[in-house]
Design a binder for this molecule. Structure first.
Ligand code: AAO
Length: 512
């Protein structure tokens, strides 16, 4: 009995770090602002066949409708209730998406906005996406229900009621983040309402949660909520599986709150990753790719098995949140592909690929004044569908980075090399670097302003391999460069700094 109990607690503690992706599928993609209908289709037609493990979706809960500015993407971070209707679709569509994605082993990860409700100044003149009545001024959210007792108004000690100083951890957790009504998470009633919402999603079949604004919640309060969560739905997950938890905590150093305070609850977003990788690929501050030799914990990042990593996210690709100007996005495609390729080849962390929409970016005094613009939509505010072009890219201003050949093929690369050690590092002491993953894959980058021509130990079995960056192996045919690995495992690589993509990746599943 005692052993059983021990086993159960060990399993419980561990499972929260486990992404619950199907074995051999090692990445998820954030389909930012996609509709549930489009995500269901994408799971079936693209994500499953290409080895994606899951999808992070935009918040599914009811939110306030903001009309000034017109339907900003960020209205979805202002909940009104935990009913499932939003710009992405209604409850039936949500259930259909989760079912269809799970049926092809692509799992759904919900962005859970549980730290707060909407902005404090909104009143009954405002509408919400399911039509629920609310009045933020009187703290009235009858569709949950929450009332004045359920917020931290009395607990926050700043004069403004908001967070004025990120150096003061009590403010960060007890006061309002950008004026959003801060829930009193020490109350069992509030915890239970949130757990009820999350358990409903678990029953539908979701595999885990991104915990929005986790830094603004006391780790112990969050643990109390997580302890109320059920195991995953056994229609798709093995008995006793726990929801995957990754917490949005921005810790670039220099503030009082540390990522490590949250490790007891699950994984944590490693924001240093994208900020630093962007700096290196851009060659800012004297950085060079040769320094990536000890990438990961060697760069003072959190332990790999606690980290959720990404090149950019929906905030910092448009100047929100943190990371700064160094963060690479689809707007710099050549460098972005290199950064994403590096991330997906490197063993550190659990990887999330970003998939964006295009907006009319417009800088004034260094700030993008259109950083609020919502997803491609019709005049009435309905989100436009993701159309697919004959060349498999997306239309209607959906960027679909996850469909770019180089990125999609690196998602597959990561699956092929899963579990293999980081090996055979080489660099030219500048921006030409290479490394392998055991005897399964090898990647070479040329981010210098000159030609690369070098013979390297790849660790791979002898044979001819198809480069999955310039092309890919289709049946017996390679549409890109071919690389010959000799009997001793060495191969010659040549990359011009003027090539469309200045990196080459080969793996055993693309052997001719
Ligand atoms: C909108 C309006 C606001 C308005 C509000 C209410 O923009 O003007 O007051 O409505 O009417 C999103 C949008 C917000 C939006 C909100 C609600 O981004 O603009 O507000 O929806 O609609 C902090 C949080 C982090 C948060 C991030 C945006 O810690 O949790 O801000 N991200 C999540 C979501 C995000 C969402 C929310 C949370 C809210 O991903 O989409 O907001 O649900 C420092 C701190 C960070 C802090 C940043 C930004 O960062 O460390 O914790 O993030 O500041 O305030 C250097 C430092 C770095 C520092 C950075 C920026 O890089 O090293 O630490 O500078 O100063």
């Amino acid at each position: 009995m005692r052993i059983l109990f021990l086993l159960a607690t060990v399993a419980l503690g561990w499972a929260q770090y486990n992404p619950n992706t199907r074995p051999g599928r090692t990445s998820i993609v954030h389909l930012f602002e996609w509709s549930w209908t489009d995500i269901a289709l994408e799971c079936e037609r693209y994500l499953a066949p290409n080895g994606f493990g899951g999808v992070q979706i935009s918040p599914p809960s009811e939110n306030v409708i903001i009309t000034n500015p017109w339907r900003p993407w960020w209205e979805r971070y202002q909940p009104i209730s935990y009913k499932l209707c939003s710009r992405s679709g209604n409850e039936d569509e949500f259930i259909d998406m989760v079912t269809r994605c799970n049926n092809v082993s692509v799992h759904i990860y919900v962005d859970a906005v549980i730290n707060h409700m909407c902005a404090s100044g909104l009143g009954s003149e405002n509408n919400a996406t399911c039509g629920s009545y609310f009045n933020a001024k009187t703290r009235d959210f009858p569709a949950v229900p929450y009332s004045g007792w359920d917020f931290n108004d009395g607990k926050c000690k700043t004069g403004s009621g908001g967070i004025d100083n990120y150096g003061d951890l009590e403010q960060v957790r007890d006061c309002r983040l950008v004026s959003l009504l801060d829930l009193a998470l020490e109350k069992d009633y509030v915890r239970s309402k949130i757990a009820e919402y999350m358990n409903y999603l678990i029953d539908i079949g979701v595999a885990g949660f991104r915990i929005d604004a986790a830094k603004h919640m006391w780790p112990g309060d969050m643990k109390a909520i997580l302890d109320k969560l059920k195991d995953l739905n056994t229609d798709w997950f093995s008995l006793g599986s726990r929801p995957f938890i990754y917490q949005e905590v921005i810790d670039l150093g220099g503030e009082s709150i540390k990522s490590s305070e949250y490790f007891g609850n699950g994984r944590v977003t490693e924001f240093k990753y994208g900020a630093k990788l962007g700096t290196v690929i851009r060659k800012w501050n004297g950085e060079k790719m040769a320094y990536l030799r000890n990438w990961g914990e060697g760069w003072a990042f959190m332990p790999s098995d606690k980290a959720l990593v990404f090149v950019d996210n929906h905030d910092n690709q448009r100047g929100h949140g943190a990371g700064g100007a160094s963060v690479l996005t689809f707007w710099d495609p050549r460098q972005y592909k290199m950064a994403t390729g590096f991330m997906l080849a490197h063993p550190y962390g659990f990887t999330r690929v970003m998939s964006s929409f295009r907006w009319p970016r417009y800088f004034q005094n260094g700030k993008d004044i259109n950083d609020w613009v919502g997803p491609p939509s019709f005049e009435d505010g309905t989100t436009k569908p993701v159309t697919i072009n004959p060349d498999t890219t997306c239309g209607n201003d959906w960027v679909c980075e996850h469909r770019w050949r180089q990125i999609r093929n690196m998602v597959i690369f990561r699956n092929v090399v899963d579990g293999q050690p980081f090996s055979n590092w080489w660099d030219n002491n500048s921006n030409q670097v290479a490394f392998g993953r055991g005897n399964k894959g090898f990647i070479v980058f040329n981010n210098d302003d000159w030609y690369l021509n070098v013979t390297l130990q790849t660790g791979l079995p002898a044979g001819t391999y198809c480069d999955v960056i310039s092309g890919q192996k289709n049946d017996d045919y390679c549409t890109g460069l071919e690389i010959d690995v000799a009997n001793d495992g060495t191969a010659n690589f040549q990359i011009s700094n003027n090539d469309e993509d200045t990196f080459i990746a080969i793996h055993v599943d693309a052997k001719m």
